[in-house]
Every structure is written in structure tokens, then in C-alpha cells.
Design a protein around this ligand. Structure first.
Ligand SMILES: [Zn+2]
Length: 122
């Protein structure tokens, strides 16, 4: 999975910034979404890339909830967002090729062969 500079969420363009020392009220954060500014910040100091990917999905889920006017400020809602982010990350990583023709198993030659087969079927 890539961490892009921009991400379209629910039709809205969000900038994605990786930064250091991301804190709020003295507490260290993995990520943060500013829905009014359209900005998702990811803490670059996270120890592994995969965790930063999960954090991006986590903040994207907050953005989707915010757009639907769903309050995710409670501990229970935060836990649900976290579970969904980890689950979504695993689902996409395990099935990227099946879903989008991308992912760890992606081979561009497979797509070229399939396109040729499609052309022959026409
Ligand atoms: Zn959260």
C-alpha cells in the first residue's frame, strides 16, 4: 500500500502529510484528520510503514464518519474505527490483486495477457 500525498475521501480531496512529533494536548498521536482543512497528518516517527498505512486508513474512516455526521469521539467509536482500519488494511493487502489488479502479487504481464484475451473475445 502506498501513502499518497492526496486522498479523495467521499468526494473530498484531502492532503496527506507525514510529519514528526505529532501531538495534541501533550499526547503523542499516530495520526490526525482536520476535516475543515482537508488535511490528514501521519506521524512519521511511527516505527513501521505498515502502522502508518493503518493510520492513514484510520483517519480516512474518521473522515467518512465525519461526512456522515457520525460522532467518533467516544472510546467505543474510536475502538470501532481502529478495528475497521486494521481489518480493511488486511483485507486490501490480502486481496489487492483480486480486487484491483494491484498488490504484492501484481504482474503487469498478466494484465496485458488478459487484455489480449478480451480483444480476441470481441
Ligand atoms: Zn481515531
Amino acid at each position: 500500500m502506498k501513502i499518497p500525498d492526496r486522498l479523495k475521501i467521499g468526494g473530498m480531496e484531502y492532503l496527506v502529510a507525514e510529519c514528526r512529533e505529532l501531538t495534541s494536548k501533550g499526547k503523542r498521536l499516530s495520526g490526525m484528520a482536520d476535516h475543515e482543512c482537508g488535511l490528514i497528518s501521519i506521524n512519521r516517527d511511527e516505527t513501521c510503514y505498515e502502522h502508518r498505512c493503518v493510520t492513514l486508513l484510520h483517519e480516512a474512516l474518521h473522515a467518512l464518519a465525519n461526512q456522515a455526521d457520525i460522532d467518533t469521539s467516544s472510546k467505543k467509536a474510536e475502538r470501532l474505527i481502529t478495528v475497521l482500519a486494521y481489518g480493511l488494511y488486511q483485507l486490501l493487502m490480502d486481496n489487492g490483486r483480486r480486487l484491483f489488479d494491484i498488490g504484492p502479487e501484481y504482474n503487469p504481464e498478466d494484465v496485458a495477457i488478459r487484455n489480449e484475451e478480451d480483444d480476441e473475445a470481441l
